[in-house]
Write a protein that binds this ligand. Structure first.
Ligand code: ZN
Length: 287
């Protein structure tokens, strides 16, 4: 069995671990540097990964952003500490000659969740800071010719909605994400309010809290309906800090159930937590 050095580069943290035979060892985690200069990320990654190289047979990296030819480009630059694009493959190859696999983090998490589904067509949707997604069709993970496939959080929810981080107006993410929920909460309850607090108010029966969370859940339900009718998805797995919050998936299920039958699919909670990207990219690299 080969040993994988799995890495997950997120907007707030970078995690690295060895995975062999499904067992994770020596997991470490650091904060993602906030710098518009790629040299900073270069040196942070080198320092983090060098100690692992001797024990690893290959490197598998899940990262935020769109992956094309080993280069990360950010649909929303604020997700990568302000970096608009980053030469990830070149950075790694400067200090390692191990085989290298790179995948978008939501796509990686989807591949991990797919292993539990026992269906050929599924999608994973993560609702947290943003809204990420990934799609498996006929047992194959969709990446697309530019690596963009599955970015369903940037499908349209409301043409008159708020401006999304990607530059388009009214994306699902701009209405349903934890960031969007927090912003709606701040307008009512002040700057210290965040998605977690809005969720608590909702679950305590506050009518404004319910309205904000409902709006989020409805946008996700419509996104699920659109994916169901266009791709004939059998199972949707829901994850992320908002997606896994008490009562949230029930709202999605409620709104999907209001739609005509062809728009409906099975909706389930995700099996993995924050390690989905690490596990998924390691499995995908060996598939
Ligand atoms: Zn967008």
């Amino acid at each position: 069995m080969k040993t994988c050095l799995a890495v997950d580069i997120g907007g707030t943290k970078i995690a690295a671990t060895l995975i062999c035979n499904g067992i994770m060892t020596q997991r470490v985690q650091i904060k993602t540097p906030a710098s518009e200069k790629s040299e900073k990320l270069d040196s942070v990654l080198k320092e983090l990964l060098l100690p692992f190289l001797e024990s690893a047979d290959f490197i598998a990296i899940a990262t935020t952003g769109i992956i094309h030819n080993g280069i990360i480009s950010a649909l929303n630059p604020s997700n990568l500490g302000g970096l608009k694009s980053y030469l990830l493959k070149r950075c790694i190859e400067n200090f390692s000659s191990l085989p290298l696999f790179i995948l978008n983090d939501a796509q990686a998490a989807t591949w991990a969740e797919y292993q539990y589904c026992q269906v050929s067509n599924m999608a994973f949707i993560t609702i947290s800071t943003g809204v990420g997604a990934g799609i498996v069709i006929n047992n194959k993970l969709l990446t697309g010719y530019r690596g963009i496939a599955g970015h369903a959080g940037h499908m349209l929810a409301d043409p008159n909605g708020p401006l999304c981080g990607c530059g388009r107006k009214g994306c699902v993410e701009s209405i349903a994400s934890g960031t969007a929920i927090g912003k709606a909460g701040m307008l009512l309850w002040g700057d210290s309010c965040d998605a977690k607090e809005v969720m608590q108010k909702c679950n305590a029966g506050d009518p404004h809290g319910i309205e904000i969370i409902d709006r989020s859940g409805r946008a996700i339900a419509n996104m699920i309906a659109d994916l169901s009718i266009s791709l004939d998805i059998e199972v949707f797995k829901i994850g992320g800090s908002v997606g896994l919050a008490t009562g949230y998936i029930e709202r999605i299920k409620y709104y999907v159930a209001q739609m005509p039958t062809p728009y409906q699919s099975k909706i389930m909670l995700a099996n993995y937590g924050s390690d989905a990207g690490l596990v998924g990219v390691s499995l995908w690299a060996q598939s």
